[in-house]
Ligand binder design. Structure first.
Ligand code: NDP
Length: 282
C-alpha cells in the first residue's frame, strides 16, 4: 500500500479562491474591504517570513493589510496601546500578534488586549472558551486548517479514534477539541506518555504536533491510518521535514500530509477565512 498524499497546497488554493470572490462581493455590495493588522515585535527571522507571507496572502485575495514592525525593546504598554488603537480602527477587522514575543513582554496580557471580535488567531481566552463549549468563535488557524483538510479529503471523523501527539495551546489542545466536536474519540499524548507507539498505533487518524524531526516511524502507525503531520523542522542540511518519517509512514498510511505542502498552507488560509468572517459580522 502507498498512501494518498493530502495536497494542502491545492486544497488551500481552492479555499483562497472562494475567499477572494467573497471579498470582492463584500467590497462591491457593502463597500467593506476586510482588513488585517499584523503586529511583529523584534527581529526573529522565522517570524519575519511568516508575517510577510500573511501580508502577501491578504493582498492576493483583495484584503487590506497593514504590518506594524516594532523594535525588540518595545515595552508591553506601548504594544498594548497599539493593539487598543487597532481595536478602535474601523478599517481593521482582524488583529494578529505574531508569537513568540520578546521575553520581557507577557504574551497573555497582550492577547487579552485584542478585542474578541477581532481575534482572528483565536487565542483570546474568550475565543478559546467559546470554542470549547461549541459556541461561535474564531477557531485557531492551524487546528481549523487540519479539520478542513481532513474533511475536504473526504475522510469521515465520526466514530474514529483520533490520537493527537502534542498538547500545546496553539495546536495539540485545540485540535483535540475540534476532533471531539467532529465526534471522534480522542486520545492526547505528550512527553510524559509512556509507550507512545502503543498509543499511536491505535489511531485511525493520527495528528502529530511535536517539533521533533521525523520522530514518528512506521512502527508508530497502524496500516491504513490517516496521518496529519503538523511539524515543521529545519535540518542542519537545510531540508524542511515534519515530525513524521514521511517515506516510511507513507508506505503504510491510507493518506498522509507532506511537509511542506500539507498543513502549512491551510494555516494562513484559515486566517484569511477568519478575517473575512470578522468583516462579514460588521
Ligand atoms: P510545542 O513545543 O509548544 O509543543 C510540543 C508538544 O510536543 C508538547 O506538548 C510536548 O509535550 C510534546 N512532545 C515533546 N516531545 C515529545 C515526545 N518525545 N513524545 C511525545 N510528545 C512530545 O510545539 P507546537 O505545538 O507549537 O508546534 C509543534 C510543531 O508544529 C512544531 O514543529 C511547529 O513548528 C509546528 N507548527 C506548524 C504550524 C503550521 O502551520 N504548519 C503551526 C504551528 C506549529 P509536553 O507538553 O509534555 O512538553
Amino acid at each position: 500500500m502507498s498512501g494518498r498524499i493530502i495536497d494542502g497546497k491545492h486544497i488551500a488554493s481552492i479555499i483562497r479562491e472562494s475567499i477572494k470572490q467573497e471579498t470582492e462581493k463584500l467590497i462591491e455590495e457593502r463597500g467593506i474591504q476586510p482588513g488585517l493588522a499584523v503586529v511583529l515585535v523584534g527581529e526573529d527571522p522565522a517570524s519575519q517570513v511568516y508575517v510577510r507571507n500573511k501580508e502577501r496572502a491578504c493582498q492576493k485575495v483583495g484584503m487590506y493589510s497593514e504590518v506594524h514592525r516594532l523594535p525588540e525593546h518595545t515595552s508591553q504598554s506601548e504594544l498594548i496601546q497599539l493593539i487598543e488603537r487597532l481595536g478602535r480602527d474601523e478599517r481593521i477587522h482582524g488583529i494578529l500578534v505574531q508569537l513568540p514575543l520578546p521575553a520581557h513582554i507577557d504574551e497573555k496580557a497582550v492577547i487579552a488586549a485584542i478585542p474578541p471580535a477581532k481575534d482572528v488567531d483565536g487565542f483570546h481566552p474568550v475565543s478559546v472558551g467559546n470554542m470549547v463549549i461549541g459556541d461561535e468563535a474564531f477557531l485557531p488557524c492551524t487546528p481549523a486548517g487540519i479539520i478542513e483538510l481532513i474533511k475536504r479529503t473526504g475522510i469521515e471523523l465520526a466514530g474514529k479514534h483520533a490520537v493527537v501527539v502534542g498538547r500545546s495551546n496553539i495546536v495539540g489542545k485545540p485540535v483535540s477539541m475540534l476532533l471531539l466536536h467532529e465526534h471522534a474519540t480522542v486520545t492526547m499524548c505528550h512527553s510524559r506518555t509512556p509507550d507512545l507507539a502503543a498509543m499511536t498505533r491505535q489511531a485511525d487518524v493520527l495528528v502529530v504536533a511535536v517539533g521533533r524531526p521525523e520522530m514518528i516511524k512506521a512502527e508508530h502507525v497502524k496500516p491504513g491510518a490517516v496521518v496529519i503531520d503538523v511539524g515543521v523542522n529545519r535540518l542542519p542540511d537545510g531540508r524542511l521535514v515534519g515530525d513524521v518519517d514521511y517515506d516510511e509512514v507513507a508506505a503504510i498510511a491510507e493518506a498522509i500530509t507532506p511537509v511542506p505542502g500539507g498543513v502549512g498552507p491551510m494555516t494562513i488560509t484559515m486566517l484569511l477565512k477568519n478575517t473575512l468572517q470578522a468583516a462579514l459580522r460588521i
